[in-house]
Write a protein that binds this ligand. Sequence first.
Ligand SMILES: C[S@@+](CC[C@H](N)C(=O)[O-])C[C@H]1O[C@@H](n2cnc3c(N)ncnc32)[C@H](O)[C@@H]1O
Length: 282
Amino acid sequence: MPQQKDQSVVTEKADSDYVLGTNDEELDRLGLQHRVWRPVVTECWQRVGITHGWRVIDVGAGPGYATADLAEIVGPTGSVLAIERSARFLDAARERCRRRGLTNVEFRQADLMEASLGQPGFDASWCRWVASFVSSPAKLIGNIAGALRPGGLAIFHEYSDYETFRFMPTRPALEKFAQEVMASWRATGGEPDVARALPGLLREAGMRVIEIHPRVRTVAPRDYAWQWPASFIEINVVRLQELGRLTQAEGSEVLREFRAADADPQSWFTTPMFLEIIARRE
Ligand SMILES: C[S@@+](CC[C@H](N)C(=O)[O-])C[C@H]1O[C@@H](n2cnc3c(N)ncnc32)[C@H](O)[C@@H]1O
């Protein structure tokens, strides 16, 4: 059984490169995001057959919320390789797995644009909300395909239609906020609607797409999932101001509009749509 180990190969450059940041607030926000979508994720993993003994890669693992869940599912006879560029996130992932008593996780600090993902032969890969942030999705897909055994499964949860991010009734400052989020990702070489390109890239990498499901929810302030826009907006207003994409006054208006939506039980919010894509290596 593999032991927890660190194979640091990349520098701290990574933490400043990531457009959403790697501070404590973002780390906690990713946890909330994981809890909101966990039922969908767990259903997907079970449907494709992830179980005891599987070897799975968590590609762009962040602070390891999914990593720890996967490690529990594959059990001591299986293993998870968590690959992440941010040293801070990887430390958090390591600590999370340690606290949960998981010893079947290997942690590797690496840039997905440079490194191959280790010895081929993995049964599955899990890649969520990563492809939008890399400079070359083709390289990412090539790396993933190269790490899987023939018949191995690549599983993605990646945005395809970010513009579905919408409050009802419509709120103009929040509309502009969503546009600026997308623009900020594109300005750093990413693509918010990256999932649209994945079927073609997977085919070119020798993978056969076997399932695609849209994942989107419309929620009210009383729903737990409402906490997702709440935390995302609070953190990213600050981030967009730092990046010079929102003025102080525009940022305040975004927060005022969100508070108004939050206080109105008739408000609805539609999440940015992502695709669940399952592909098999030929
Ligand atoms: C939105 S977070 C998602 C984290 C995790 N997959 C999850 O679902 O909670 C995106 C992650 O991708 C990582 N990332 C972005 N570009 C990367 C690259 N080139 N190499 C490795 N990791 C990268 C970031 O550091 C961050 O942890």
